[in-house]
Design a protein around this ligand. Structure first.
Ligand SMILES: C[S@@+](CC[C@H](N)C(=O)[O-])C[C@H]1O[C@@H](n2cnc3c(N)ncnc32)[C@H](O)[C@@H]1O
Length: 399
């Protein structure tokens, strides 16, 4: 008794069947409640909370623990007695359409041959993982607990950054990483990372690149794994998408976009309150109100890039330096911001300018921002109102 389903793939089903299937087997009532696993056996529907599967329990200190095994440094896949496993459930094939440049696509069920290939990959990764980690080709960095990183540990038991990547990508990424020899290939590699983790959600429509679970169908198909940072969080999924090697290699070779803003730049990595060069103009885009935990999500890249790097990065500190980040929306936030802006004000001439990019819906945070500017001995001389919503978000709102 394996206590699991065989997954069959059906094509050409009716609209009604598709709508019924679209609700999926992991459902939530949309009110921020824990999702349920829903399935029917002999016509009887069973619902089990995901938190029950995980074995959530209350600790004496009031916090919530669970019975997931915490993965180890040399783990890269679930062990047989882990609660959550993963397996391929469908393969999206593509081929050229006749002689044209267009491609046609088809989903096929997973075959014994596919599973054998996965197993070859597992064997290779098992043999090589320790060497790759020693060379800095795949991460051996722990996931430090934090607001955003806790989800990885709590909902999956992942404790090192390479746990976020499926074995077939670990193999490809280790080979690519061994060929990162200059700043350009390092940046291309970072782009590839964004498309290769288990945090890449399978998107099923042009509007489906946000939120958990199946995408809302709005017409126009686009079956693709999205990137990790379609939002600025680290979301785990039950059905992640895994890109083919050929598409990943394309990402690695596609040129990086050229910046229209500057031709020559000096990238200096330091706290704004310790800045030490005089400038006529400062343009800043400060953090505010804990909107995004940059200092945590950045570790996703640091884990892969910190060792064995090209000489261009010799002076960089490969640590997110969480303690230096201006955070929150309380007194510490205000103090940190004033220290940063006062420092920059000291470092500019009397007729210098500071341009501050600031977006927030909260009036209270706007009031804080005004106080911060005054307390830094700056004077507001102009304000521009800029619509910052992305094109797709505007379209979605309009429909
Ligand atoms: C709103 S984001 C800027 C995003 C950036 N403009 C972009 O498009 O990617 C705010 C940035 O301020 C950085 N930050 C936080 N505390 C800082 C400090 N004390 N000194 C300098 N930068 C800081 C954060 O790490 C984050 O990268």
């Amino acid at each position: 008794m394996h206590k699991r389903y065989e997954i069959a793939l059906r094509c050409g089903v009716s609209r009604t069947e598709l709508d019924e299937a679209e609700v999926g087997t992991v459902r939530s009532d949309g009110r921020g409640q824990e999702p349920y696993l829903v399935h029917a056996v002999n016509g009887i529907e069973y619902r089990t909370k995901i938190s029950t599967l995980r074995g959530d329990y209350r600790r004496e200190d009031g916090t919530t623990g669970n019975r997931l095994r915490l993965w180890d440094r040399d783990d890269f896949a679930p062990l047989s007695d882990d609660v959550f496993w993963d397996r391929p459930y469908a393969i999206h094939w593509k081929r050229r359409k006749g002689n044209s440049k267009k491609e046609e696509f088809e989903f096929r069920a997973v075959t014994g041959g596919d599973l054998a290939r996965e197993s070859t990959i597992d064997d290779l990764v098992t043999q090589k993982i320790a060497d790759w980690q020693a060379n800095g080709w795949i991460p051996d960095m722990r996931i430090e607990p934090g607001d955003k990183t806790d989800e990885l540990i709590r909902t999956r038991g992942w404790t090192f950054w390479h746990h976020l990547f499926p074995p077939r990508h670990l193999l490809l990424l280790a080979l690519m990483r061994s060929r990162v020899t200059d700043a350009r290939t390092a940046l291309l590699f970072a782009r590839v990372l964004d498309y290769t983790s288990k945090l890449c959600r399978w998107t099923t429509s042009s509007a489906g690149s946000s939120g958990q679970g199946a995408g809302k169908r709005t017409g126009g198909a686009s079956d693709n794994p999205s990137n990790v940072f379609y939002n600025q969080a680290l979301n785990t999924f039950f059905n992640y998408g895994c890109r083919s090697s050929s598409e990943i290699l394309e990402l690695f070779s596609k040129p990086l976009p050229n910046s229209q803003i500057f031709r020559q730049a000096n990238v200096v990595n330091m706290s704004a309150s310790e800045f030490d060069a005089t400038n006529d103009i400062y343009i800043t885009d400060p953090p505010y109100g804990d909107a995004v935990k940059y200092e945590e999500i950045l570790e996703f890249f640091i884990a892969w890039l910190r060792k064995n790097l090209p000489p261009e990065f010799a002076g960089w500190v490969w640590d997110s330096r969480r303690s230096l980040a201006i955070q929150g929306d309380d007194e510490a936030f205000r103090r940190g911001m004033v220290a940063a802006y006062r420092r920059m004000a000291e470092l500019m001439p009397d007729n210098g300018i500071q341009v501050i990019m600031f977006t927030h819906q909260s009036g209270a945070i706007w009031a804080d921002m005004a106080n911060i500017v005054w307390a830094s001995s700056l004077r507001v001389t102009a304000a521009w109102y800029v619509v910052t919503e992305t094109d797709s978000a505007l379209r979605e709102a309009a429909t």
